[in-house]
Design a protein around this ligand. Structure first.
Ligand code: 3H9
Length: 714
């Protein structure tokens, strides 16, 4: 390049994320901070400077704030949390906007979330256009609206509506926002700039006064407000067990009712800072970014996905039907294959049952069901899949059965069709190698119920081509699933790690902890259920079949706890049989402890020559988590998972790990890897074969590094 064509950096002023220009009498202030106009320090400075300019310039009679790109403002810059604060703070910027002596109007399109909505609430007038999403989702990040949101929202729309928005974190569309009183007007077109300017001009023409939300009267009915606060407090104590920020949100609204505005702001600030420093905030923000990071697998960057316009599903059992529903819900046509008419009828009935359930709950109309099912067809002949772009096999978990299905797919499917298996454990490389087009074979491991669970493990066999993997990620997006890239091994990421910590739990049970104590300790950690409740829910026979299959290959030196086998031998498979680890009298959904199970456990301990000892809940968790973390480290070490964050997302979305702890690997960083390793070495004194420290964990501790450092460098 010739040197005279190169501009010096000085000739290119750095783009300012907030610009302003005069449009007639209106100062148009544009926030342009891609990708989502987050309120980083430069944006905060720019907004404050724009208001200063408006006040000091006589030509300006009103201010219009808009966002460039697809959103108004998505909120505070989450990446700044935990770093040293840089002035001006957002609450000060909002106060500056509200104090402006000339009318300030916010014109909203796309996301006005968190701090973004707080900027709008500090403005004097608000307009939204179709497609706008207004909300205060801070609670999902372990925070509370900390730029006046907890004080202005209830004053504007009342305590009940404000609490509902802030405690759920949900988004309201433009029309709902108008109904709630969050905005004053909804544009008739989606041209936010034109709508905003027209509104500003109309306000000026009508001599609309400056109108401050701090003076709004939404809390005037004190009794109603107090009742809403009390109800929210009771509900939150029940529903948000273990969470730090929700009750603080309620406290802030109480302060809004009891205190003058400025005092309420001070209270809010204190609570916000307490949330900001909490480990829950760190865990939830990690979960937010990790959930986005997993979508960026290398193949999604290097290859374009193949088009998917029609999908085949082989197998109409629980899994196949759930997958069919997930695909139908994404708007795609599905062809189901079963071996005979009776099985096909059962598969179709499974699919219909899901929609009938929605109809019964009033969440779907029979007409809508008919419309969805018009996209569903079934056949007992594989030839019906000749034109499918993607086929997902969900038949019985047996390698030979699956290979036979793939031989049929190889015979009938068009060239370029993606051939996926929903196996949970089997060797996908072997399945791929058994047909003439291994490059088209990929694993899509759904979790049950497949139409509901968010996790999708995308299992990447050796010979698969990159565009097939990219197609799997694209499918996940269409199905609104969270995809995690996994390598081939027994159990992939999730089930492989699950097997290890379940074994640790079984060891504790045989050594003296009751299954009921283990479940309770795990629930108190934040899981919705303990491991033995999960077995009872899923059906004990499933794990029993796997154990029997693996008996021949099990390391004879490894400790094997037989308690679950004794229970299954009695036909006690959990909820579906009325008893398992727990008793479920008369079809109860929650189980009660079973003295007979305790007797079986006692007998097994005696048979194994174990004198039972007691465990504290804390000790149970240390062992449970150490087993999980250690196998998580192995999975990363062997490159089955790309990074520790992929393990975290797997457990957050597929295994009920409490989101506010960020996932097992994030949790390990929080307690300190050296502590986890010390625990493992301690436990290894009793059972060195089971408790073998992962080489990766040892290496990180030696280097004084964290799992997080591997997320950043990957
Ligand atoms: C807050 O406001 C606190 C205040 O009350 C008080 C302060 C004192 N910051 O999701 P996408 C990134 S708390 C930084 O894929 P979409 C995201 O990581 C905040 N970055 O797009 C991604 O980056 P990359 C309350 C952010 O179109 C890229 O933007 N606000 C932020 O599917 C695109 O994101 C929220 O909680 C952020 N705030 O969805 C809103 N937001 O390309 C959180 C996003 O490097 N955000 N990024 O992977 C969202 O809900 C969605 O991102 C949104 C767009 C709906 C906006």
């Amino acid at each position: 390049m010739a040197s005279d064509t190169v501009s010096s950096p000085a000739s290119h002023p750095i783009a300012q994320p907030v610009s302003h220009e005069l449009r007639g009498k209106v100062l148009l202030v544009t926030v342009d901070n891609p990708p989502v106009n987050a309120l980083g320090v430069e944006v905060r400075r720019g907004l404050a400077a724009a208001i200063d300019y408006a006040e000091s310039n006589d030509a300006v009679q009103a201010v219009l704030i808009v966002g460039a790109g697809r959103n108004f403002i998505a909120g505070a810059d989450i990446r700044e949390f935990g770093k040293p604060p840089q002035p001006p703070a957002l609450p000060d910027v909002c106060n500056r906007i509200e104090a402006c002596r000339k009318p300030v109007i916010a014109a909203i399109h796309g996301a006005a979330l968190g701090g973004g909505l707080e900027v709008a609430l500090a403005s004097h007038y608000r307009l939204a256009v179709a497609g706008a999403k207004l909300g205060l989702p801070e609670v999902q990040l372990g925070l509370l609206p900390g730029a006046g949101g907890t004080q202005r929202t209830p004053r504007l729309i009342g305590a009940e509506a404000a609490l509902s928005l802030m405690l759920s974190g949900r988004h309201a569309g433009a029309e709902e926002a108008l109904k709630l009183g969050l905005v004053d007007r909804v544009g008739t077109s989606d041209d936010v700039l034109a709508e905003g300017l027209a509104y500003a001009q109309a306000l000026l023409a009508g001599h609309a006064p400056v109108r401050r939300t701090r003076d709004a009267q939404g809390l005037a009915n004190r009794e109603a407000a107090q009742a809403a606060i009390d109800a929210a407090r009771a509900d939150t104590a029940k529903k948000s067990r273990g969470l730090f920020s929700p009750l603080k949100i309620v406290d802030c609204v109480q302060a809004a009712l009891d205190e003058p505005f400025d005092e309420g702001l001070r209270f809010e600030r204190k609570q916000f800072l307490a949330c900001l420093e909490s480990p829950q905030r760190a865990g939830l923000v990690h979960a937010f970014f990790a959930g986005r990071e997993v979508q960026k697998a290398p193949e999604t960057r290097s290859a374009a996905p193949r088009p998917i316009e029609s999908v085949g599903v082989v197998g109409g059992g629980t899994m196949g039907a759930g997958i069919a529903v997930a695909v139908l819900d994404a708007g795609l046509p599905v062809t189901m294959i079963e071996r005979d008419d009776a099985s096909l009828a059962r598969g179709r009935a499974h699919v219909e049952k899901v929609y009938d359930g929605l109809i019964a709950k009033g969440r779907m109309t029979p007409e809508a069901k008919a419309k969805v099912l018009a996209r569903f067809s079934g056949s007992t002949a594989y030839d019906a899949l000749a034109n499918a772009d993607l086929v997902i096999e969900a038949v019985f978990e047996d390698l030979d059965v699956k290979k036979a299905v793939f031989a049929e797919l190889d015979r009938v499917c068009k060239p370029g069709a993606v051939l996926a298996t929903n196996t949970s454990y089997l060797d996908i490389d072997a399945i791929a190698a058994s047909i003439s087009r291994p490059q088209d074979v990929v694993g899509l491991h759904f979790f049950s119920p497949a139409n509901i669970m968010k996790l999708l493990e995308v299992v990447v066999p050796k010979q698969v081509s990159a565009d097939v993997v990219a197609t799997a990620f694209e499918l996940a997006k269409k199905l609104r699933k969270v995809p995690v890239r996994a390598g081939v091994c027994d159990g992939f990421i999730g089930n492989r790690i699950l097997a290890v910590y379940r074994t640790a739990a079984d060891h504790m049970m045989e050594d003296g902890a009751s299954p009921y104590q283990i479940d309770k300790a795990v629930r108190e950690f934040g899981y919705p259920m303990g491991p033995y409740q999960v077995v009872d829910l899923a059906g004990g026979d499933i794990g029993w079949a796997t154990r029997k299959r693996r008996a021949a290959t099990r390391d004879p030196k490894a400790r094997y706890v037989q308690i679950a086998d004794r229970i299954c031998e009695r036909g006690w498979f959990g909820q579906k049989t009325g008893r398992g680890f727990y008793l479920y009298p008369e079809g109860a959904r929650t189980g009660t402890p079973d003295p007979e199970v305790e007797a079986i456990i006692a007998a097994e301990r005696a048979r194994a020559g174990i004198a039972p000892r007691s465990f504290t809940d804390e000790e149970i968790l240390r062992r449970y988590m150490a087993a999980m973390i250690n196998e998580g480290a192995n999975v990363v070490h062997e490159k089955i998972a790309l990074r520790p964050l992929d393990v975290d997302v797997t457990f957050l979305y597929g295994y009920g790990f409490p989101r506010y702890r960020g996932g097992p690997m994030k949790y390990a960083d929080t307690v300190g890897l050296a502590n986890v390793l010390a625990d493992i070495r301690e436990f290894a004194k009793e059972d060195p074969l089971f408790w073998r420290p992962s080489p990766l964990l040892v290496e990180l501790v030696e280097r004084g590094a964290t799992f997080a450092s591997l997320n950043e460098s990957a």
